[in-house]
Design a protein around this ligand. Structure first.
Ligand SMILES: Cc1ncc(COP(=O)(O)O)c(C=O)c1O
Length: 380
């Protein structure tokens, strides 16, 4: 077995329960993650509210620092939020659509991105969808053509949730900036499994979270906002955590925090914070480059096995632009997912396709078990 996989598999007891090839939906819970949540419960029980000042504020600082290190940002550029939807909503509430109504999204983005701005139609926001020619990617030329002096924001994805296509976020940011627009990137399917450098890409906002490749579970999302931009954005979706002197509890004076805390509306879910810190700790300990190399190797292995079996995954031509989500179009995806689940093989589906997503903790043998089960299920 691959050394990295062999070393880390025991850290994820759930892998013994099933053939789990579904990290693009939910990353596996580690022993450390479980221990961290139990530690949180114990602290809550023993210390009550005093845990906030003595321990939990430190844990939040840890979260910001860990995410910052992962994406080459600074801790004060990181806000902690409960979901991508809330993070997008806070940013959407910071923009003025009167002079620049257009928000550019793509047909391949997770729906929560366009929904934010469709819901802001009455404020003047106009969502412009870029089409995909092949349901894998969206050409850069489409961005170049659509972004104009009327564009407030390009809001799109780093790794597409159905095709695994890795967008060139540096080029997208450059195209946005050339027209005076901002670039917001949803990196929920990227951070952890592929290297991310927000400074090199010069993106304005970058969002990721615990759920998937950061192995931190649900309930926590991290949002980077470029230092130079923080002061310019004044969200109207807000709360007391956004106040500069939040512990002065001044109801009639609202001065916003100078760091990314100004994008945090309220009290974070501390259990999720503990789980996320454990998950990010594992990614950091292994190193994103090593996680990436192993995940790419497993994806390539899976593609080869699928093709040998006569199955045709929908993939980009250039493997370097593909991250660990493999789309396999089939006639009845829910039926296949159900048939495999009965054999304790866990994958998932989106309309028209299966999503297969091995991570560094999976093995080539598991890929083969999946392919054999797929063949049998598709034969019926
Ligand atoms: C790319 C992407 N963005 C966002 C989400 C969901 O975000 P939220 O935290 O709002 O549920 C998902 C999947 O759950 C996703 O794959």
């Amino acid at each position: 077995m691959n050394t990295l996989t062999q070393q880390w598999r025991p850290e994820f007891p759930g892998l013994a329960e099933s053939v789990y090839l579904n990290t693009c939906s939910l990353g596996q819970l580690s022993r450390r993650g479980a221990a961290a949540v139990n530690r949180f419960l114990d602290l809550w029980m023993r210390h009550g509210a005093s845990a906030w000042y003595e321990l939990w504020l430190g844990e939040l600082a840890d979260t910001r620092a860990r995410f910052a290190r992962l994406i080459n940002a600074q801790p004060h550029e990181v806000a902690i939020l409960p979901s991508v939807g809330v993070a997008l909503s806070v940013i959407a509430s910071s923009l003025d659509y009167r002079q620049r109504p257009d928000v550019i999204v793509t047909e391949m983005d997770f729906p929560t991105i366009p929904y934010q701005w469709m819901a802001r139609n009455r404020e003047g926001a106009q969502v412009r969808f870029l089409p995909t020619p092949d349901r894998v990617q969206v050409p850069l030329a489409a961005f170049a053509e659509a972004i104009t002096g009327r564009t407030a924001l390009v809001a799109t994805t780093h790794v597409f949730f159905t095709s695994g296509w890795v967008q060139d976020i540096a080029a997208i940011s450059r195209l946005a900036h050339e027209q005076g627009a901002l670039a917001l990137i949803d990196g929920y399917q990227a951070a952890g499994q592929i290297p991310v450098d927000v400074k090199a890409a010069d993106v304005d906002v970058y969002i990721s979270g615990g759920l998937k490749w950061l192995l931190g579970g649900p309930g926590i999302v991290l949002m980077y906002v470029k230092e130079a931009l923080i002061e310019q954005l004044r969200p109207t979706t807000t709360g007391w955590f956004a106040a500069k002197d939040m512990f002065k509890f001044n109801p009639d004076r609202f001065e916003m925090a100078e760091d990314a805390r100004r994008f945090e509306p309220g009290t974070p879910a501390m259990a999720a914070v503990y789980a996320a810190n454990a998950g990010m700790g594992i990614i950091e300990e292994i190193g994103v480059d090593a996680v990436h190399a192993r995940t790419q190797a497993l994806a390539a292995d899976l593609h080869a096995r699928l093709r040998r079996a006569g199955l045709e995954p929908r993939l980009p031509d250039d493997p370097a632009r593909h991250a660990g989500i493999t789309a396999l179009p089939v006639a009845d995806p829910p039926a296949v997912v159900k048939a495999l689940k009965a054999q304790k093989i866990i994958i998932d589906y989106r309309p028209g396709l299966l999503r297969l997503s091995p991570y560094f903790y999976n093995t080539e043998e598991e890929n083969q078990i999946l392919v054999d089960a797929l063949l049998a299920a598709l034969d019926q």
